[in-house]
Design a protein around this ligand. Structure first.
Ligand code: PLP
Length: 400
């Protein structure tokens, strides 16, 4: 009896011991990503999922065949740490052909596990405690937690909720001697807005004579509409000299699940990037790199993308013409914002959840990308979906 009692006391002590060192979250204010939340509810209610940003159609069978071929040909072990040379070389040639800029594939381009890893690694390599990083809200959701993880402080500029343009004077006023980096994203998720040449020149002028770094998230580079030209940071010498440019093959080739992308930066910056990259993922999926190196050599494989998605945008908007939602056509990305202020006073989050549960259409409430609680009664719909899905979703939305 006494023995059992001792065991019980010991167990109690042991359990207490387990709670003696509570786990202190490094990201205590970060909930599960809204994309995961909305997709889970959409699956539960079998809704048409226009929430998360991925196509519901397949990648080109030729590209899939190239991956199979690469596997059968034995490219199944670790790839070189910065990525296979032929893919880096193809990216350098693409930059040269499209923008007439020169990047050294040996020292200035690294293949990553999607743009998210490129962004994470660029921030990990540069942001120290108390460094300030300026971002524009609404913002893609990985920037802020990653900045915080490395002890940095996010300085958010809330964009105009109607036009999403940047007030560069406002940005100038926020620059301090602690400003380490500015993050831009063009074409912009979720607004679909794009930065103009004039914007980039203003940014260039603002950063002149400073040591501020730039992270230019350009994952939607090839999804830009109505003849607008993408203004990569690489085109502006005063930006290129300080810029990590991040890109995503998943967005270009309809295979977000393959998680491949890349980062471009001047050699000195890329050296630091690779110091982190080698202990972060070390190297990226080898057969997919072999396949991409071949596939990307044909410019039509990515240059047709803008027209492809412009047609989808126009189709979706033509179906939505009779709805009570209000919208301005997206200028880039595969997202379309829609205001529901004529429909209900509900919060965007509640309305988005109700749309899934009652109407079986999933979207993303954009307040989650904004400064806390800034609800402009706008939802984001992803039109990287089959024509049939877009038609069905629009029919439902028009009946609201
Ligand atoms: C603006 C932006 N940046 C980065 C990413 C991440 O890209 P990847 O899937 O290649 O990690 C996304 C994905 O939705 C995005 O919208």
């Amino acid at each position: 009896m006494y023995f059992i009692f001792v065991i019980l006391i010991f167990k109690k002590q042991f359990n207490m011991q387990r709670f003696k060192y509570p786990f202190h979250s490094k990201l205590h204010e970060v909930p599960t990503s809204i994309f995961a939340v909305m997709s889970a509810v959409a699956n539960e209610y079998k809704a048409i999922n226009l929430s998360q940003g991925f196509p519901n159609f397949n990648s080109d069978p030729k590209l899939i065949a190239l991956v199979n071929k690469a596997m059968l040909n034995g490219h199944n072990q670790y790839a070189p740490m910065p990525g296979i040379f032929s893919l880096r070389d193809a990216i350098a040639k693409k930059m040269d052909n499209l923008y007439n800029v020169s990047y050294n594939p040996e020292t200035e381009i690294t293949i990553t596990a999607g743009a998210t890893q490129a962004i994470f690694t660029a921030l990990a390599a540069t942001i120290k405690k108390d460094d300030e990083v300026i971002i524009f809200k609404p913002a893609y959701d990985c920037y802020e937690p990653t900045i915080e993880l490395f002890g940095g402080k996010t300085i958010a500029v809330q964009l105009d909720p109607e036009v999403f343009t940047v007030n560069w004077e406002e940005v100038k006023a926020l620059i301090t001697d602690k400003t380490k980096m500015i993050i831009i994203n063009t074409p912009h998720n979720p607004s679909g807005n794009v930065l103009s040449r004039e914007d980039m020149l203003q940014l260039e002028a603002l950063l002149q004579d400073t040591n501020i770094l730039l992270l230019s998230d350009e994952v939607y580079e090839h999804i830009i509409f109505d003849g607008i030209q993408h203004q990569t940071a690489a085109l502006f010498p005063g930006l290129a000299e300080r810029a990590f440019i991040t890109a995503s093959f998943g967005k270009i080739f309809h295979n977000t699940g393959w998680k491949t992308g890349y980062c471009i930066a001047p050699a000195e910056m890329m050296k630091e990037f690779r110091k982190v990259h080698q202990f972060n993922v070390f190297s990226v999926n080898h057969p997919i790199q072999v396949a991409l190196a071949e596939y990307i050599k044909t410019p039509e494989n990515y240059l047709g993308l803008s027209l492809f998605y412009q047609r989808k945008r126009d189709l979706f908007l033509s179906y939505m013409k009779t709805s009570r939602f209000e919208f301005e056509p997206s200028k880039g990305t595969y997202f379309q914002l829609m205001s529901f202020k004529n429909i209900t006073d509900e919060s965007d989050y509640n309305f988005a959840v109700r749309l899934i549960k009652e109407k079986k259409v999933a979207s993303i409430p954009i307040s989650v990308f904004n400064e806390p609680n800034y609800d402009t009664k706008v939802l984001r719909f992803c039109f990287a979906k089959t024509d049939e899905s877009l038609k069905k979703a629009a029919e439902i939305l028009c009946a609201i």
